[in-house]
Design a binder for this molecule. Structure first.
Ligand SMILES: [Zn+2]
Length: 314
């Protein structure tokens, strides 16, 4: 006998496995707000959830519904790579088969299998995952390339989707993806910009103009500078070989204005630091060749040391 919906505390006579699976699935998909701040316990909570499903004999059934997310997959592989794990030991076939179903006819990628937007962010995740796994069978590279080229705007930058305003983060996703797929060379500015598949002079013009008067980079025209774009925009200039066009001292000084007395970096001066802007500020200092920083593999968003691990070479 099922519990009455009008009385959630009524007592059942039977163990309702279906209902527990739905409960566990919910815990797996989105942690309740009380659990969310307990980041230190997240893996333990995942253990409770997955092991419950395992004991219920439902781990396989559940994995049909548990949506992997391309950004989470990228983050997990980046961590494993950083820790020196041999990624060829993973079940990469499952990852690429799942990913193949996320690519749309226009070449873009969705991050999950249902009800999600598709744009350049997830094209980037798919290319970075394929590169890290050294397996491109989950990506139709030609279609992905065409989609990226369609995202280049009239002003030279890239929007997240075709026809959208140019944006520093979208431009990074476009250029890093093309680089990882081998469609553009490293230092393309020195290799002959005219032979590139994208309009490099216009792109370069758009990128260089994103350095604001205060020395920092803005993500879009008429926006204030923001520390994360020191990586998103500065990183693209690094990939293209256009670093010499950056006013490095001014950028360096503008980043330091966001350095917190508590450690870490904020988005704007005078704000509290948080992890996202701290990470991309550290990346920007690496690109600026600050002493004591490891070199960054810009297109993968991890250190060169990590990127040049056992299974790949850059
Ligand atoms: Zn930002």
């Amino acid at each position: 006998m099922a519990a009455s919906l009008s009385d959630p505390f009524s007592i059942d006579c039977l163990f309702d496995k279906e209902r527990h699976m739905i409960f566990l699935e919910m815990m797996y998909q989105l942690l309740p707000s009380d659990y969310q701040p307990q980041e230190i316990n997240h893996l333990t909570l995942a253990y409770f959830t997955l092991s419950s499903l395992d004991i219920l004999g439902a781990l396989d059934q559940s994995s049909k519904h548990n949506a992997s997310h391309l950004a989470s997959t990228y983050s997990a592989l980046a961590i494993l790579k950083m820790m020196g794990c041999e990624l060829s030991l993973l079940d990469s076939k499952s990852i690429v088969i799942s990913m193949k179903n996320l690519q749309k006819d226009n070449g873009s990628f969705m991050p999950i299998h249902f009800g999600a937007e598709a744009d350049l962010r997830f094209v980037y995740c798919a290319t970075a995952i394929s590169y890290l796994l050294d397996d491109w069978t989950g990506v139709d590279k030609e279609k992905a390339k065409e989609y990226i080229l369609n995202c280049q705007s009239y002003d030279g930058g890239f929007g997240l989707c075709p026809g959208l305003e140019s944006h520093g983060g979208a431009t990074y996703c476009a250029i890093a993806s093309l680089r990882l797929m081998g469609y553009i060379e490293d230092n393309v500015l020195f290799e002959g910009a005219s032979s590139s598949i994208i309009n490099i002079p216009m792109l370069l013009d758009w990128m260089v103009q994103r350095q604001a008067e205060d020395g920092g980079f803005q993500g879009r025209i008429n926006k204030p500078s923001d520390t994360c774009y020191a990586f998103w925009v500065g990183g693209v200039l690094k990939i293209l070989g256009g670093n010499k066009f950056v006013s490095k001292e001014a950028l360096h000084d503008s980043l330091l204005k966001c350095q917190s007395m508590y450690g870490g970096f904020s988005k704007f001066p005078g704000e509290f630091p948080e992890l996202y802007h701290s990470y991309y500020s550290f990346c920007a200092f690496s690109i600026l060749e600050e002493p004591g920083f490891d070199n960054l593999c810009v297109e993968l968003g991890i250190s060169k040391r990590a990127a040049c691990g056992p299974s790949i070479s850059l």
